[in-house]
Design a protein around this ligand. Structure first.
Ligand SMILES: Nc1nc2c(ncn2[C@@H]2O[C@H](COP(=O)(O)OP(=O)(O)OP(=O)(O)O)[C@@H](O)[C@H]2O)c(=O)[nH]1
Ligand SMILES: [Mg+2]
Length: 362
């Protein structure tokens, strides 16, 4: 049976709480949980021990007991101590936002590299929690009689995890260098490369399928795509490019997660052009564009030129069109991948870019 979850979003100020709450519901559903209730708690600042006040924790504990809740998810990052304290008080599993995203990633990872990467991040995440859990335990039980075996177990766990981390890093390094030589080969052959980036659920995979006539997994879920897929697309005789579909981005992606996906996002750093896919029907599209650009910057790909693709125009009654900047460069194109609107405009734009690049490099 799917686990039943209660979600907690703390409103420190009033910015975007509704949107953050809605997003957490989607994340939970994508992880396979059933959302029983989504709560907002107002606070000026987080409490060191429990993140929220004791009164609220008691209320939550009652709610969890009454409705047989399996899981409480916080829409924030918790310290290992906060997580442990909350689990004790609430008597059920407590996850923070990063933990939840990691869970979805683990569920979705398909490729060998993706699986290795996700295991690595999970172990790094677990490592910090392991230490704190144990310290809490020995402190609570006074240590005598318990301390010896407990610490031995902890040492064993730590050593096993550390060994596995070394092993995973070595394997990833190998896969990474293989990928690098593939990229170099592609560069030498001069094929134009386009990578699709964008907020999760913007419609990248749907557009990828339309452009490349493929059938990659596209669904109304957050992080439906985890692994990068690439296909060659033929536009007209002699005009072709390699298109890559990538993992979606989300706000406040923790540093560990960005690190983990740097390798799979090679195609983004090395691309000749980024198609930045935006859900035009989202009220928060401007914030989402900003957040994606922040991740692109962290990946070191700010130098790659970008065309914004406003997708899902069928939902907002917009017409397919191309917009230009003052200097004549393309700024955006509006399409509907699902309804097939404006796809021809996009294909023509891509063909122009490829031919223009070819003329420059000749
Ligand atoms: N109405 C409408 N829905 C669309 C359009 N394009 C995609 N969708 C829907 O949006 C949802 C997400 O589409 P995906 O293609 O999986 O989005 P994605 O950006 O690849 O998402 P992640 O891989 O999760 O980051 C699916 O339910 C699609 O059917 C569109 O043009 N119009
Ligand atoms: Mg996708």
């Amino acid at each position: 049976m799917a686990p039943r979850a209660v979600l907690v979003t703390v409103e420190f100020d009033s910015t975007c709480t509704d949107e953050h709450q809605r997003e957490l519901v989607l994340l939970c559903q994508s992880a396979g949980a059933v959302v029983h209730q989504s709560l907002v708690v107002k606070r000026k600042q987080a409490v060191a021990s429990l993140f929220i006040g004791t009164g609220k924790v008691d209320e939550l504990a009652q709610l969890c007991q009454l409705h047989q809740i399996d899981l409480v998810v916080f829409n924030h990052d918790l310290t290992p101590v906060q997580q442990r304290n909350l689990e004790q008080k609430l008597n059920c599993r407590v996850l923070d936002r990063t933990g939840l995203i990691l869970d979805i990633f683990a569920l979705r990872a398909q490729s060998f590299e993706g699986k290795l990467q996700i295991e690595l991040v999970q172990l790094e995440y677990l490592k910090s929690r392991l230490v704190h859990r144990h310290e809490g335990l020995s402190g609570q039980q006074g240590g005598i009689g318990m301390r010896g075996p407990g610490e031995t177990q902890l040492e064993t766990d730590r050593r096993l995890i550390a060994n596995r981390i070394i092993q995973l890093k070595a394997r990833l390094q190998k896969v990474h260098s293989q990928r690098l030589s593939q990229t170099k080969q592609r560069r030498r052959s001069g094929v134009f490369t386009v990578a699709m980036v964008g907020y999760t659920n913007a419609g990248k995979s749907t557009l990828f399928n339309v452009l490349s006539n493929s059938k990659v997994y596209a669904a109304d879920q957050l992080f439906a795509t985890l692994d990068t897929t690439s296909r060659k697309v033929f536009l007209e005789p002699g005009v072709e490019f390699v298109l890559s579909d990538t993992v979606g981005f989300i706000r406040d992606l923790s540093h560990g997660l960005i690190e983990a996906f740097k390798a799979t996002l090679d195609s983004v750093i090395d691309a000749d052009l980024l198609l930045h896919v935006v859900d035009a029907s989202s009220e928060y599209r401007q914030q989402q564009i900003q957040q994606v650009n922040t991740v692109i910057h962290e990946l070191g790909a700010s130098h790659v030129s970008q065309i914004i693709v406003f997708n899902k125009i069928d939902l907002v009654d917009l017409q397919p069109q191309v917009k230009f900047l003052d200097d004549g460069q393309v700024s955006s194109v509006s399409v509907s991948a699902k309804a097939g609107l404006g796809v021809i405009l996009l294909r023509n734009l891509l063909a122009q870019q490829i031919v223009a690049r070819r003329n420059i490099t000749r």
